[in-house]
Design a protein around this ligand. Structure first.
Ligand SMILES: Cc1ncc(COP(=O)(O)O)c(C=O)c1O
Length: 453
């Protein structure tokens, strides 16, 4: 499938070294009038004017290759014409309806039911952010089990509201905010590049999953029987970490044995990003509850949802409410996006292109003394920077310098990882082979520059 016509051409195209004069004005205004909590302009300082496909244009006319994709939101690409048409038509009809049924809402539920595993019979729309879906999932699990404890994974990210933040592992987000939600316990994820048990994949016997089993089995592990285990089937903010294929099925089996619910957080990895509609499909695992958001809104319209098994549908009216229980324009855009994904087999495209891009990034890994590992699945990729390949000492400063060098050349990338040392690639899935290659070239050149710097 050639998606070239969806993006700006040529791309990237840097006419004025960024940030250009107009961007500088916007950035200065923002710095003066907005909160110190604003963060992305620190990574790529520019003001955006337009977006098309896998490219965005700033207010100075610079065109960037967008390998950030609105933090994984823009699966079908900026300004996707089919999705824009559906959203515009909906805006003209009706834009807010709380949780009353509407044709658009029904259409999206039908589309979701088509792509979700049949066992996940129920769809719930809560507040407009992924974090709220996580809050709702936790509430549903606790109401159904009558238990409070929760188990999450090291490296996991689930959002910024109090409950979701409690389940997220990053210390920097939590420092000085205690106490958060009590009874949340963390266990190691299958982060094989930095195994918490010092093992290597060929001989580990999946010790991380075994540790989860131990925590649930040992009456003196210090952890009460949890309501749920929450897991990202492929970790996003943790550094694009793909666990071995046996990991998720093992977690599922352990949860079943201990009668603990399994919540899969697909907010970032879902909707074709990893080469399947949902990342849990890579291992054939079916969770009890799935959280959805980001690409669900088609073009970045804010919406989140849960899908869950019939037996869990025990909560009563108003159990999780809010003014924005879904969003009518987002339903229309989301349904159109799901149609686009299906008609263009976007999952297969992401899988194919992701393999090609990963191969190019692995060449950078071989070539550079500062790249410890290039990894990922589909178009959810990461490159982990280290000071030394043997010691694996994290190099967040190098990741940050590479992001800045890429930006100046017209490539937007994100940074994540346990040590903020992973360059992350989450491009719109309508990326083309030519743009993928161009992005990889810019990244490789920027990494080469680290030698000089
Ligand atoms: C896996 C995962 N869960 C939850 C969230 C939180 O979603 P939101 O930022 O929309 O609240 C994110 C956001 O990056 C995420 O990646």
């Amino acid at each position: 499938m050639d998606f070239q016509h969806l993006s700006f051409d040529p791309a990237p195209s840097i006419k004025t070294p960024p940030p250009g004069p107009r961007s500088q004005q916007y950035l200065a205004f923002q710095a003066t009038h907005e909160a110190a909590a604003v963060s992305y302009p620190r990574g790529f300082p520019c003001a955006l004017a337009r977006g098309r496909g896998a490219t965005v244009e700033d207010v100075d006319g610079n065109v960037y290759l967008d390998f950030f994709g609105g933090a994984g939101v823009m699966a079908v690409g900026h300004g996707n014409p089919e999705v824009v048409a559906a959203a515009e038509a909906q805006v003209a009809q009706l834009t807010h309806a709380l949780d009353l049924p509407t044709p658009a809402r029904r259409d999206l539920v039908e589309r979701l039911r088509e792509v979700l595993p049949p066992a996940l019979t129920r769809v719930f729309f809560g507040g407009p952010t992924g974090s709220d879906a996580v809050e709702a999932a936790v509430k549903l699990a606790r109401l159904n089990t009558g238990r409070a404890p929760l188990i999450a994974f090291e490296g996991g990210y689930h959002g910024m509201t109090s409950g979701a933040l409690s389940l997220s592992s990053g210390r920097s987000f939590k420092n000085r905010l205690l106490p958060l939600v009590a009874e949340v316990h963390f266990v190691p994820y299958a982060y094989c590049y930095r195994c918490a048990f010092g093992k290597t994949r060929d001989t580990c016997g999946l010790q991380c999953a075994q540790h989860l089993d131990h925590v649930l089995e040992d009456p003196h592990s210090g952890v009460g029987t949890p309501a749920a285990v929450i897991v990202e089937p492929i970790q996003g903010e943790g550094g694009s970490i793909v666990p071995p294929p046996e990991f998720l099925p093992k977690v599922r089996e352990i949860c079943d044995r201990h009668q603990v619910l399994l919540i899969a957080d697909e907010i970032q990895a879902g909707f074709c990003r990893t080469g399947k509609m949902f990342a849990f499909e890579h291992s054939g695992t079916v969770p009890d509850i799935v959280t959805l958001s980001k690409a669900l809104g088609g073009l970045g319209f804010p919406i989140s949802a849960l899908a869950y098994k019939e037996a869990l549908n025990t909560w009563g009216p108003g159990a999780h409410i809010g003014t924005f229980r879904g969003n009518v324009v987002a339903y229309a855009a989301g349904a159109a996006a799901l149609r686009f994904m299906d008609e263009h087999d976007l999952a297969a495209h992401a899988s194919r292109l992701g393999e090609q891009l990963l191969t190019l990034l692995q060449e950078v890994e071989r070539e550079s003394p500062f790249v410890g590992e290039a990894r990922g699945k589909g178009l959810m990729l990461g490159v982990e920077f280290v000071k030394d390949k043997a010691t694996k000492e994290p190099a967040p400063d190098l990741a940050s310098r590479v992001r800045s060098l890429c930006f100046k050349r017209g490539l937007l990338i994100e940074i994540g990882g346990h040590y903020s040392n992973v360059a992350r690639f989450l491009p719109p899935l309508v990326l083309t082979e030519a743009l993928a290659r161009r992005g990889a070239e810019i990244f490789a050149e920027s990494v080469r520059d680290l030698k000089i710097g």
